[in-house]
Design a protein around this ligand. Structure first.
Ligand code: SAM
Ligand code: SF4
Length: 317
């Protein structure tokens, strides 16, 4: 379906839970979140109905996200049902990777095509600091488990944080030499509760090209990342700049949260509820959401915070 500004909406990001086994400082409060009542959250059946309705409106790419999708009960079953929806050509899943040693093979078998694994640092102590409770070895074991299962693509997502991991740009990019993965550097977004970070943390994507002059530019692939490659590597490097150079004119996505809100725009507080609706109701609500997508998300910076009114674990990134 085409929105009011001529953008074709083909991509749904479905957040299946707000819960997580980590507590990343830019994403979640330290003490986790106040768990919502079961009745407030979409059931698995409602999630699959929403995917069917979105597919009927022209969505063909689905991303399962969270919170941490792999802490959700029956996640493999949900992925299998979503992958079987008519019209869905590609199912991707975004994860912190720590539970992939258990889940990578069943997810692949259930029809998940691609995995994005979040990893901001290769230092054990810094990993524990940024996630508050995580172990780097679990995330690395997850990447290796994913690579053993034959996914069409495995990407590593690193949030660029000035003063935290800008000294690791070369080693994170170097993962494309160690493994057959793509690496994405994503600018830190000033969300509701990313308050541990001062203005110096919000660095633009251009620090990556400054630090890695050997990067060779590649043609765009239709995604939102500017693409490059290190010589002698097995995957590409993508730079994603939601803050310093927004890509709203090419936005092709809508989001559905685990509590059943459609977000036409990541950084807007506008939400439309599908909780409790049947297929026809969801079809109409998703149509209205697409037609209400704003032209752009407005100014974003350390001092101009996102209007999303949610932390990222309640949206899905
Ligand atoms: N738990 C999974 C994970 O970490 O990949 C999926 C959900 S997480 C909310 C999705 C993505 O959002 C992750 O790559 C995470 O790094 C990113 N993210 C969370 N908060 C962010 C922020 N304030 N700015 C930029 N990216 C953020
Ligand atoms: Fe959890 Fe992902 Fe948020 Fe980290 S970024 S707290 S792993 S949901």
């Amino acid at each position: 379906m085409i929105d009011t500004y001529g953008r074709q909406i083909t991509y749904l990001r479905l957040s299946v839970t707000e819960l997580c086994n980590l507590r990343c400082r830019y994403c979640m409060p330290e003490d986790g979140i106040c768990k919502k009542r079961h009745e407030e959250m979409l059931t698995q059946e409602e999630m699959v109905t929403a995917v069917r309705a979105a597919a009927a409106l022209g969505v063909f790419k689905l991303r399962i996200t969270g919170g941490e999708p792999l802490v959700k009960a029956n996640i493999v079953d949900l992925c299998r049902k979503a992958a079987a929806v008519n019209g869905i050509r590609e199912v991707c899943l975004t994860t912190n990777g720590t539970l992939l040693p258990r889940f990578a093979a069943p997810l692949r078998e259930a029809g998940v095509n691609r995995l994005n694994i979040s990893l901001d640092t290769l230092d054990v102590e810094k990993f524990r600091y940024i996630t508050r409770i995580g172990e780097l070895s679990d995330a690395v074991a997850g990447i290796e488990a994913a690579l053993a299962c034959g996914f069409d693509k495995v990407k590593i997502n690193s949030v660029l944080i000035g003063g935290f991991n800008d000294d690791e740009i070369a080693s994170l990019a170097g993962l494309t030499r160690r493994y057959p993965v793509d690496v994405r550097f994503i600018e830190l977004m000033p969300m509701y509760d990313s308050g541990d970070f001062g203005p110096e943390a919000f660095i633009p994507y251009t620090v990556v090209t400054d630090r890695l002059p050997e990067l060779e530019p590649l043609p765009a692939d239709g995604g939102v990342a500017r693409l490059y490659r290190l010589p002698d590597s097995m995957g590409n490097i993508g730079l994603i700049s939601p803050v310093s150079a927004h890509f709203c004119a090419d936005c092709n996505r809508i989001r559905i949260t685990a509590d059943g809100k459609i977000k036409p725009c990541l950084h807007s507080s506008d939400e439309l509820s599908i909780k409790g609706q049947d297929y026809d109701g969801m079809l109409e609500t998703i149509r209205s959401a697409i037609l209400s997508k704003p032209k752009w998300h407005g100014e974003l910076s350390y001092s101009a915070r996102s209007h999303a009114n949610r932390n990222m674990n309640q949206i899905g990134g």
